[in-house]
Design a protein around this ligand. Structure first.
Ligand code: DAH
Length: 368
């Protein structure tokens, strides 16, 4: 059998490969001259086209392509036709490659531009304003208290909220059988540590750390097993104050507290000291101040009495000084403890103290 007979017509086969390519390539041909911004293409559709084009190239020039089998015929056609057939095949392959490459280059250029455009940042655009927070009302009041005492020469101490028995009770002269030690009043960890039930613990830490003389205040959280209601929360804030030096008397305590309420609530504010009892002070006193709202005539805020409770105070008990190795013959001092949230609640006329701890922005925003 003559060689050429089994090949069919190689030129026809070559032409058929070219046709098949041209048919499929038709939808890409328009991109050869470049893809303009007006082409209507999106980044996504251009990326999809580019993928399809690359598959198309494999289909028409790859190992299993029609063109590949046509190329295999070059060595098998009659020698006198080989040169022209080879040229034809080469030409077809060059056409396919050039067409695909031009369209691909144009698509890639478009894709690149579109990606850059998408990622571009317009630095002249007005910024988006982050929603600004603001200071919590309890913090506002705490900072005002701190400012007043700092200006009186006090340092601000911070300390731990979980305490041993020694700091929470023993060093503060609270006896073994005192009800405050009862787990019904104080939160205990399973290992027997207490969540501090008063900031008075910091008196002990401060004197141990700094020795005496000392003038310090210690604002912070305290914890008690109270059932929450409009005036109670199991976690609340106190400020402790401590002043120990030679020759400190009750007059210093009265003068200091009076100066504080003048600066906090106005110079017309009066104070009142009522005898009281605390294990860590002797003598002890409850301090009231004249109502900032009605000036003492009686109103809703002070429940008609004209007075508002500020907190407890007294002269530091010698046993407390001894517990930290301070000579109670040489040094005396006064101490006080105020409730911040209660003061905050009154100053802002809150009918429920729990509002301060619910973190409802509709409430908190009012203090902006
Ligand atoms: N620790 C007391 C309480 O939580 C308040 C207090 C009273 C503190 C008298 C003092 C003080 O420093 O001298 O109720």
């Amino acid at each position: 059998m003559p060689e050429g007979a089994s090949l069919g017509d190689p030129k026809l086969k070559a032409e058929s490969a070219r046709k098949a390519f041209e048919q499929e390539f038709e939808r890409f041909a328009r991109f050869r001259a470049g893809v303009s911004a007006e082409s209507g293409l999106t980044l996504n559709s251009a990326e999809a086209l580019e993928r399809e084009l690359s598959e198309l190239r494999t289909r028409h020039t790859g190992k299993k392509s029609e063109l590949a089998s046509v190329k295999k015929l070059i060595g098998r056609v009659a020698p006198e036709e080989r040169a022209s057939f080879g040229q034809l095949v080469q030409q077809i392959e060059a056409e396919i490659t050039r067409g695909v490459e031009e369209a691909e280059a144009a698509l890639l250029a478009f894709i690149n531009d579109a990606r850059r455009e998408r990622e571009r940042i317009d630095v002249t655009l007005p910024g988006r304003r982050p929603r600004r927070g603001h200071i919590h009302p309890v913090t506002l009041v705490r900072e005002r208290i701190e400012d007043i005492f700092v200006s009186l020469g006090y340092i601000v101490e911070d300390d731990r909220e979980i305490e041993t028995d020694f700091y929470n009770f023993t060093a503060l002269n609270i006896p073994e059988n005192h009800p405050a030690r009862d787990p019904l009043d104080t939160f205990y960890t399973t290992t027997g540590l207490a969540l501090r039930s008063q900031t008075s613990t910091v008196q002990i830490h401060a004197m141990q750390r700094r020795g005496v003389p000392v003038r310090m205040i210690a604002p912070g959280r305290v914890f008690r097993r109270d059932t929450p209601d409009a005036t109670h929360n199991p976690m609340f804030f106190q400020v402790e104050g401590l002043c120990v030096d030679r020759g400190i008397t009750m007059a210093h305590l009265k003068g200091t507290i009076t100066e504080f309420v003048h600066r906090m609530f106005g110079p017309e504010t009066r104070t009142r000291f009522r005898p009281s009892y605390f294990p860590f002070t002797e003598p002890s006193a409850e301090v009231d101040y004249s109502c900032f709202k009605c000036g003492g005539r009686g109103c809703r805020i002070c429940k008609g009495s004209g007075w508002i409770e500020l907190g407890g105070s007294g002269m530091v008990h010698p046993n407390v000084l001894s517990a930290v190795g301070v000579d109670a013959e040489e040094f005396t001092g006064f101490a006080f403890g105020l409730g911040i949230d209660r003061m905050c609640g009154l100053m802002y006329s809150l009918d429920d103290i729990r509002l301060l701890f619910e973190n409802d922005v509709r409430f908190l925003e009012q203090f902006n």
